[in-house]
Write a protein that binds this ligand. Structure first.
Ligand SMILES: [Zn+2]
Length: 342
């Protein structure tokens, strides 16, 4: 099969368009002919190499996968050849206490497609049958691939971690990213007032089109502007994933009792907190990673009803994976960069 693989860690130039053998499936697995695979920041981290995380080469990146089922293992009951599917990005054991409690993202065996197991930058991928989900509504393959990881992540952050309640004020940092554009939409479904930030005027305009009530640049001291927009109060929830560059201003944007939830640190992992400020204002700082598989079904139900929509920045053919990586690395995108595998 055709695939984009890495044989070593490094810059976008290590992505090689080449041939690999098709994967063979076990009795509880499904073979999917990949039609689209969306990029995530995780792809950049894995390509560069993460300290303490090893992958075996050659490795195939890509966590957000859609396609058609072309073969099923003998014990598979939930998928048939020809089904149009997307893949839940997280793979877990399905048998431990956390998995059985529905907290599969806490499973000690939890991995993502494209992290330590092969992902979707290829014509074929094998998947546990438990990860195979029918594409909802009339979504195209490209649209379906743009949904799972970022909408699941944003949903889990806002509801399971930050306990967003109807009609609260939410500040979404970097609304132009995949996860940011998902957060704006999910928050709006709850009737939230959404303040969205971005780094450029065109992105701010697009955030408004997605439903943001107010937009502002996250370059510089935006907390003052957030306070002004909320009559000096600050927001109930800050949706963070940028890290070092925005951390201080994100903290200062919180109302008393506010919750800051974060799933990433694309500009750096260091963030300070004044402990006095934290306890006197009764703030909560919450970490979040992926989400429960059951939450993905809630997300997809809202896509089925047309209340959420995929945000696609661009679609490139598989062999242009390096260009796609550069687009993400340079923060040129608004929404998801998707690879198409014809
Ligand atoms: Zn488990």
């Amino acid at each position: 099969m055709k695939a984009v693989v890495i044989f070593e860690h490094g810059g976008p130039e290590v992505l090689c368009y080449t041939e690999l053998p098709e994967p063979s499936i076990g009795p509880q697995e499904v073979l999917v002919r990949v039609r689209a695979c969306a990029l995530n920041h995780l792809d950049l981290w894995v390509r560069r190499g993460l300290p303490g995380r090893s992958v075996s080469f050659p490795h195939i990146l890509g966590s957000d996968i859609s396609g058609e089922v072309t073969a099923v293992g003998e014990n598979v009951k939930n998928a048939r050849i020809g089904d149009k599917v997307l893949l839940a990005p997280g793979i877990s054991c399905g048998q431990c206490e956390q998995c059985l409690a529905g907290r599969d993202n806490f499973c000690k065996d939890y991995v993502l497609f494209g992290s330590t197991v092969h992902g979707g930058y290829a014509e074929f991928v094998k998947s546990p049958s438990a990860n195979v989900i029918p594409i909802p509504g009339n979504l195209s393959f490209e649209q379906a691939a743009a949904v799972p990881l970022v909408f699941l992540t944003a949903w889990h952050m806002l509801f399971d971690r930050a306990h967003l309640r109807p009609a609260e004020d939410v500040l979404v940092i970097a609304a132009g990213s995949g996860v940011g554009s998902a957060a704006v939409q999910i928050a709006k479904v709850t009737g939230a007032r959404v303040i969205a930030t971005a780094g450029s005027e065109p992105k701010l305009a697009k955030a408004k089109e997605l439903g943001a009530d107010h937009t502002l640049s996250h370059v510089g001291e935006f907390a003052r502007e957030v306070k002004r927009l909320t009559n000096g109060r600050g927001v109930d929830v800050v949706f963070e994933h940028v890290g070092a560059a925005t951390w201080d201003q994100s903290v200062y944007s919180l109302a008393h009792g506010g919750r800051l939830v974060t799933c990433g640190a694309t500009t750096g992992f260091e963030g300070k907190i004044n402990v006095g400020y934290l306890f006197a204002r009764q703030l909560s700082i919450l970490g979040s990673f992926m989400g429960h598989k059951s939450e993905l079904f809630s997300v997809l139900a809202l896509f089925q009803r047309g209340l959420l929509k995929p945000v696609i920045d661009s679609v490139l053919s598989l062999e242009r994976a390096a260009d796609a990586h550069r687009r993400l690395e340079n923060r040129e995108q608004f929404g998801k960069v998707v690879l198409r595998i014809p």
